[in-house]
Design a protein around this ligand. Structure first.
Ligand code: CAA
Ligand code: NAD
Length: 284
């Protein structure tokens, strides 16, 4: 296994920013790309502020913080990712858009590189089919927020090689994460279990069983979770939750995965959660 030095991260939203931060803090050169220049600028600011906070908390030395900041390279050109040893995509949760990105990356990135997806639910096997290197395609699913959460779920597509799995696991461990491994079925482990709970919380609200505050306080205090399910949905992004429910419904073929009409309506209304300032709750 060749030494890994350079990581490409595509998508500088909540997940891509956190993943790029992990990369630079753990000694990698990171090329971060977003198609939206404003999102890219926000991402760079977020990473710089997080690194400064780590330095001020003495979780990172001043020299380590400076090195990390120097290791971050922001770009809007996919060509710049050509020398990456490992690319992680964290763009919108859409199979078609992700497939097009994998097709493009496959042409640009060196043949030995691994192409990983941070998808929450989409088939790794199908994403891999857009490339000429399906044995080097893998799911590397970070939890939100990536710098804080201790888990990475690795998903093996039908053709993911043992070497690709080992490289991915080693990288996750260098980031200080614990790894669980899932076979490639819709939602994998985490979202197959988490999203129906969140969807049920929407049904509980939709059918008037309780207020949003009582649903969240009940689940938070009653089952010892750091956030109630509706607060967590806002944190994840309601668009992401809806996309995952649709993948579960289509992939597992059971009506129990049908998204709650209230979740659909909020997304239609642009109430996407914290990132938009309004979701189930109003943060403005
Ligand atoms: N980036 C970096 N660091 C962050 C952060 C972020 N976005 N948010 C919080 N932190 C750090 C803080 O700096 C703080 O660090 P110190 O303890 O060293 O000071 C620590 O995390 C705790 O933060 P806060 O005190 O501000 O807030 P908190 O105690 O309320 O914790 C939380 C915030 C970690 C997000 C916590 O509420 C939590 O664990 N929530 C549940 C998150 C969760 O379930 N995530 C998984 C979602 S599912 C998923 O990700 C998969 C999918 O595909 C949808
Ligand atoms: P986000 O909306 O915060 O960010 C997505 C970013 O990707 C945006 O900045 C957008 O401009 C950019 N983008 C979209 N299409 C692009 C393209 N073709 N090329 C380059 N950039 C592009 O989304 P997010 O919450 O960070 O989620 C990203 C991925 O991570 C999704 O697949 C999601 O399912 C997964 N994920 C999300 C969470 C979560 O809690 N939000 C947790 C784990 C995994």
């Amino acid at each position: 296994m060749a030494e890994m030095k350079t990581i490409g991260v595509v998508g500088g939203g909540q997940m891509g920013s956190g993943i790029a931060q992990l990369g630079v803090v753990h000694g990698f050169q990171v090329w971060l790309l977003d198609q939206d220049p404003q999102a890219l600028a926000r991402s760079a600011d977020y990473i710089a502020a997080s690194i400064r906070r780590l330095v001020s908390k003495r979780a990172l030395s001043q020299a380590g913080g400076d090195d990390a900041l120097r290791s971050l390279h922001c770009t809007s050109s996919l060509e710049e990712l050509r020398s990456s040893d490992f690319v992680i995509e964290a763009i919108v949760e859409s199979e078609d858009v992700k497939k097009q990105l994998f097709r493009d990356l496959d042409k640009i990135v060196k043949p030995s590189a691994v192409l990983a997806s941070n998808t929450s639910s989409i088939s790794i096997t199908r994403l891999a089919s857009a490339t000429t290197r399906p044995h080097q395609v893998v799911g590397m699913h970070f939890m939100n927020p990536p710098p804080v959460m201790k888990l990475v779920e690795i998903i093996r597509g039908a053709d993911t090689s043992d070497e690709t799995f080992t490289i991915t696991k080693t990288l996750a461990q260098r980031f200080g994460k614990t790894v669980v491994c899932s076979q490639d079925y819709s939602g994998f482990i985490i979202n197959r279990i988490l999203m129906p709970m969140i969807n049920e919380a929407f049904h509980t609200l939709y059918t008037g069983v309780a207020t949003k505050e009582d649903i969240d306080a009940g689940m938070k205090l009653g089952t010892n979770q750091p956030m109630g399910p509706l607060e967590l949905a806002d944190f994840i992004g309601l668009d992401v939750c809806l996309s995952i429910m649709r993948v579960l419904q289509a992939g597992l073929g059971d009506s129990k995965y049908a998204p709650c009409p209230l979740l659909v309506q909020y997304v239609d209304a642009g109430r996407l959660g914290r990132k938009r300032g309004i979701g189930v709750y109003d943060y403005r």
